[in-house]
Design a protein around this ligand. Structure first.
Ligand code: ZN
Length: 342
């Protein structure tokens, strides 16, 4: 299958990250791209550079004030005397009921959920090209390809309509789903990342046309904490169109595949015309986050199981962090899904 990726996606190079309050190197490193490219190639993918698709497909799921913020905040931040090299928030509104702040510091707190998504001079372009990889993968599937892979980096599923968070800026999976909606009446998003896809859930929470399903480590003691619980089912017209399957920490292949079957029942009942797989590989037993215990052969079985749904599928890269097996895990998933034969 085709795999979409642009060199610009590698330029974003975040340095800072706070974990349980401690400063650590940011795990969302450009090196991830090399491992994932090698993994995609080993699965027989043809690597294709996406075109510039403009702001339209991104603006379809993000607010204009947020996109303006992402584009310009780094330049504005540099004008602040003594400011950090990267844009990192240090104050947040505890509710969104107050005024929209005019200052760069205030807006950083308004639009950034945590300290894991520092913004440098390269971030905006990297995030845009990452989204365009998703756009083009969706377009190829709309044109009749059974599947396409978008090597999206930076990732996207923690980004809400107007909030960055957890290494994510533009929600690539949501962008892909919205592009698919041009021809598909109903689109399902299946998020198999270790972490709950809270941004994706948030974007479609009140909509019945996009079903959001997420399997992830139970957020009761895991990021993103405030979302991903089983009782979050959607709201308004979207009530019943969000489905969360939190898993106990260190769940193995068998438990993951069992939960996947439950997810498939919901997807089947929704009867979608197309599927987006938010493919995090951080559920891996050797991933630095260590939340779940999926094995490399497990990813092949997950890919195989998803392929059996028989839906036109856009595979969007989400998490999965530096470990020796990162590329192998992608190869396993894509090969299980259909790899060389599709
Ligand atoms: Zn993740």
């Amino acid at each position: 299958m085709k795999a979409f990726y642009a060199e610009e996606q590698k330029r974003h190079d975040p340095k800072a990250f706070l974990s349980s309050g401690a400063a650590r190197p940011n795990p969302e490193q450009p090196e991830r791209v090399e491992r994932l490219l090698a993994g995609a190639k080993a699965a027989g993918c043809e690597i294709v550079r996406p075109r510039n698709h403009g702001l339209g497909p991104v603006a379809a799921v993000h607010t204009p004030e947020y996109l303006d913020f992402l584009e310009h905040i780094y330049t504005r931040w540099q004008r602040i005397d003594g400011a950090s090299a990267e844009v990192i928030p240090n104050i947040h509104p505890i509710a969104r009921s107050g005024s929209y702040p005019a200052s760069a510091v205030g807006q950083a707190g308004y639009h950034m959920a945590d300290t894991a998504c520092p913004i440098s001079g390269e971030t905006w372009q990297s995030a845009l090209w990452s989204a365009w990889s998703a756009v083009e993968a969706a377009e190829v599937v709309m044109s009749g390809a059974p599947a396409a892979y978008a090597l999206c980096r930076p990732p996207g599923h923690h980004a809400f309509a107007d909030v960055a968070g957890g290494f994510c800026f533009i929600n690539n999976s949501a962008v892909a789903a919205q592009v698919l909606r041009r021809t598909a009446s109903r689109v399902a998003i299946l998020d198999v990342d270790l972490h709950h896809g809270n941004g994706t859930q948030g974007i479609f929470y009140a909509r019945p046309d996009v079903l959001t399903v997420s399997l992830h480590a139970d957020p009761v003691r895991f990021y993103p904490f405030f979302w991903g619980h089983a009782d979050e089912r959607g709201e308004g017209a979207g009530l019943g169109y969000n489905f969360n399957l939190p898993l106990p920490r260190k769940s193995t292949d068998a438990a993951f595949l069992e939960a996947l079957e439950v997810a498939f029942q919901r997807i089947h009942a929704f009867s979608p015309d197309a599927l987006v797989v938010a493919l995090g590989l951080d559920a891996f037993e050797g991933d630095p986050f260590g939340g779940l215990s999926v094995t490399t052969p497990g990813f092949a079985r997950i890919g195989e199981a998803i392929a059996k749904l028989g839906l036109p599928t856009v595979i969007v890269q989400e998490g999965g962090y530096l470990c020796d097996e990162l590329g192998d895990n992608l190869t396993a998933f894509l090969t299980g899904f259909g790899g060389k034969s599709r």
